[in-house]
Design a protein around this ligand. Structure first.
Ligand code: UT7
Length: 343
């Protein structure tokens, strides 16, 4: 059985910076830099330009990951695209990214299968588990796993939506998971979900139980009430459960692999709230220098937080071959997961 390792990483963060002050000055939201920083550690986030879709945002991240892996897009055997802000209701963003990568129009065309993963903040880890299993089973040699979000188009950027709107930003990260005979790479991934909390953090937009699923007027024009249109969240419940499940899933993978926290060089936590991550690190006695963050600059980019942070740490030289790392995520669903990797 081959081993599966991350052979390439890439990220694409859109250039437009939106500071906490911009939320007040540009969008007129009743909030403050102090309020947001104190509770979340977020100082700014990036918003994509209007007209750029989530697959398009992901393309440069995917190309960078392919380049670092030293392979062409046509070498891919699968694309796994994790997002909660896909380009369309359907089809998924995976096929749009596949089109942008041009594999079907290459000299030797390849109709690379594309799978969308709808697991929000844990989407990247769920995607990684799929890629790991595909590679280890021999069904694939190279799988592209993407986490990408265009939150800015779907945030209620008014005072009414401030609890959610002040947290999220746009971005894309990608990794290539490849087969190797070297004894290294992804050692274990543990995933979990608790659907009893599905509505604690959710964005409904439509109700498929209704006929039609979105109320329409006599001209056939749909209209969606604000409570259906925008995401809503019980922030305190999310915070409490995030802390609990992040600690639990990290302990589980470490226990399963008989790895001590001290053996781990870097902890890549999902970037939902710096205070959640600091609390988890404190509880487990992890030194802050082993827990990198990009949430100060990027906000919560949901499925993109872990792959962008991996790419950033590879680019800065912080993440080096031979290191043992842990990845941990928690989010809407509730869903969560943790992974241990020998880089
Ligand atoms: O990937 C998972 C994503 N989500 C999370 O990780 C969220 C985890 N939870 C949190 O980070 C925190 O719960 C928040 C930062 C979202 C909120 O902090 P909180 O201390 O739990 O505030 P709260 O929701 O209990 O609201 C307290 C007050 C409310 O005002 P009233 O009703 O007491 O007058 C809110 O309207 O703070 C108000 N508020 C704000 N004020 C200024 C909520 N958002 C804002 C804001 N600026 N952006």
């Amino acid at each position: 059985m081959p081993y599966a390792y991350i052979s390439g990483t890439g990220q694409n963060i859109p250039p437009r910076v939106v500071t906490n002050e911009d939320l007040v000055d540009v969008y007129g939201i009743e909030t403050s830099h102090e309020w947001i920083v104190q509770r979340t550690g977020i100082e700014s986030r990036h918003f994509s330009a209007e007209g750029v879709g989530t697959a398009e945002l992901a393309e440069p991240a995917a190309r960078a990951a392919l380049e670092r892996a030293g392979i062409a897009a046509t070498d891919l055997d699968m694309i796994v695209f994790a997002t909660l802000s896909p380009d369309y209701a359907f089809p998924g963003s995976g096929v749009i990214l596949q089109r942008l990568l041009g594999v079907a129009e290459a000299k030797s065309p390849k109709f690379v299968p594309a799978l969308d993963v709808r697991n929000q903040c844990s989407g990247f880890l769920y995607g990684l588990q799929v890629a790991d299993s595909m590679v280890k089973s021999g069904a694939a040699r190279h799988v592209l796993v993407v986490g990408a979000e265009t939150h800015s188009a779907a945030l209620d950027l008014t005072t009414r939506g401030r609890t959610v709107a002040s947290l999220f930003g746009d971005g894309a990260g990608a990794v290539v998971v490849s087969a190797t005979n070297e004894d290294r790479g992804i050692r274990r991934i543990a995933l979990g979900a608790d659907g009893r909390h599905a509505e604690v953090l959710c964005q409904k937009v439509w109700d498929i139980r209704q006929r039609p699923f979105i109320p329409v007027d006599e001209d056939g024009r749909g209209s969606v009430a604000p409570e259906m249109l925008w995401a809503h969240m019980d922030g305190r419940k999310v915070f409490k459960n995030a802390v609990m499940m992040m600690i639990g899933s990290l302990m589980q993978v470490c226990g399963d692999e008989q790895v001590e926290f001290d053996d781990i060089d870097l902890f890549f936590f999902h970037q939902a709230n710096m205070r959640i991550n600091q609390y988890v690190a404190e509880q487990l006695g992890l030194p802050p220098e082993k827990v990198p963050h990009n949430i100060q600059r990027n906000g919560n980019t949901t499925a993109a937080t872990i792959p962008t942070l991996l790419a950033e740490c590879v680019e800065s030289g912080t993440l080096k071959p031979g290191m043992k790392i842990a990845l941990v995520a928690f989010g809407s669903g509730f869903t969560w997961g943790a992974a241990l990797i020998d880089w």
